[in-house]
Ligand binder design. Structure first.
Ligand SMILES: [Zn+2]
Length: 188
């Protein structure tokens, strides 16, 4: 009823009928939750699809300003996951809904025995804008391989989660800025 006001004015002037149109004022700025939704595609993730899904779940249960969902057919992919034989690596984000970054689930680290879910959540951490923090303890997700080959911690620590929250605080409509940076997680 976009003509409500105009019509109402006309009707009032003519005194033709009661004006029953509600005086719908624009809704006050409701405290809307503007979480950013990102999509990922695992069609090239080979044998790592389950680990990638677990890594996605780690982030979805660790932060609230951004969530990652599997892309449906025809949808823009924000995080493309590719299995290859190199070292795990990823484009440094934070990726926005208008952009695309890549995570490579490199088999070199997998073959050395590193926890595959930790690799996935670590690389997704890069997608969300976290740099490496090396060397670092196993309790740090972004310490990567320096947490030790036996490190099975797949979750960000409080500081890492907080940094992602800041990266996506109130930025649901922000344009993507390509950092052009690929962080390689080689372990020697
Ligand atoms: Zn890394």
């Amino acid at each position: 009823m976009l003509r409500r006001t105009f019509t109402g004015v006309m009707i009032s002037a003519a005194l033709a009928m009661p004006v029953t149109v509600a005086t719908a004022a624009p809704a006050a700025a409701a405290p809307e939750v503007l979480a950013t939704t990102l999509t990922y595609d695992d069609s090239q993730a080979g044998e790592f699809k389950a680990a990638v899904a677990e890594g996605v779940n780690v982030w979805n249960t660790s932060v609230s300003n951004v969530r990652i969902v599997k892309a449906t057919a025809g949808q823009r992919v924000n995080i493309r996951v590719i299995a290859d034989n190199g070292w795990p690596r990823a484009t440094l984000g934070p990726v926005r809904p208008t952009g695309t970054v890549t995570v490579w689930m490199g088999r070199q680290a997998v073959n050395q025995g590193y926890n595959v879910v930790r690799i996935a959540s670590h690389e997704l951490g890069h997608s969300l804008g976290l740099p490496d923090v090396k060397p670092g303890p196993c309790s740090s997700l972004m310490s990567g391989s320096t947490g030790g080959v036996s490190c099975n911690n797949v979750r960000p620590n409080a500081a890492e989660a907080a940094r992602v929250e800041r990266n996506y605080a109130g930025t649901a409509k922000a344009p993507h800025v390509d950092t052009g940076i690929v962080l390689e997680d080689a372990a020697y």
